[in-house]
Design a protein around this ligand. Sequence first.
Ligand code: PEP
Ligand code: MN
Length: 339
Amino acid sequence: MMIVIMQASATMREKSAVIAWAEDAGCHVHLSEGNERTVIGIVGNGRPLNKEQVERMPGVERVVSVLKPFKIASREFKPENTTFPIGNHMVGGKGIIIMAGPCSVESRSQIIETAHAVKEAGAHILRGGAFKPRTSPYSFQGLGEEGLKYLAEAREETGLPVVTEVMEPALVPLVCEYADILQVGARNMQNYALLHAVGESQHPVLLKRGMSSLIEEWLMCAEYILSHGNTRVMLCERGIRTFEKYTRNTFDINAIAVAKHLSHLPVIADPSHATGRWEYVEAAAKAAVAAGADGLIIEVHPRPEEAMSDGVQSLKPERFAQLVREMKAVAQAVGRDIE
Ligand code: PEP
Ligand code: MN
């Protein structure tokens, strides 16, 4: 792939000429219109690209070859942070975005009660799984479409946008009808058919890191979504598998800094799955914000002992409210804020 950085003064006609050159050469074009300048990504799909020819075109400032395997996801392609609004909040900007709610939608009253509680505590987005990827086929698999309807009702009542997991390509249109953000779960990170389908949707995507995935593999999965035309991707670090058994996963705090360095995409941290125990969620959440995360996704349940999934890692609403209060100081210390 090569990246064509246009001069700030480049005209529409000059940009169009570069795009036409690439299309004539049988390449794919990815356009990134920044505040200051336009960057045109040209993907050759194995064809040799004549860099010098493009360098000589009017309006072109310079041409860079991207050597990293991820291209559109890379900071080379887009140096400034990607930001986009979700509801009334901007993801990837100065504000830290907080998503909270139960692991699973269990009933209409449970999700509506939790939605009110997390909103009251300061959350910006409601989470809740309707389709659950469970380790055992005998465990609760989620309420399916009924759960999506309850989530939509909870959004109606509270105004909170909704993030929920989609597990198969065929269900992307259904989940899009009810949800504001599509979550691709850790177990499905490399489900390429699913990445293709969410990449063709117009919904923002929360892409969780696979539990044994390299950072590069995770970014390559973001690349799949981006290459299908969806620019609104959030990366989510949710802990990885290591030899340590005391916690459910090992929170890879490095991955937050590395992903922010390599990519322009917003990075969200999931301290609930990363630790697997509610007692440690607070420490991991604060560390994530200090390390540069753009947001958090936290499991909250009004009665964790009754939860149908992930009760041991779920915070009670009061604890969650306290965490949000305490996190404001952490955010401020690193030049961010929590609205
Ligand atoms: C979840 O968010 O409840 C979930 C199943 O997460 P993960 O895919 O990270 O395990
Ligand atoms: Mn969960």
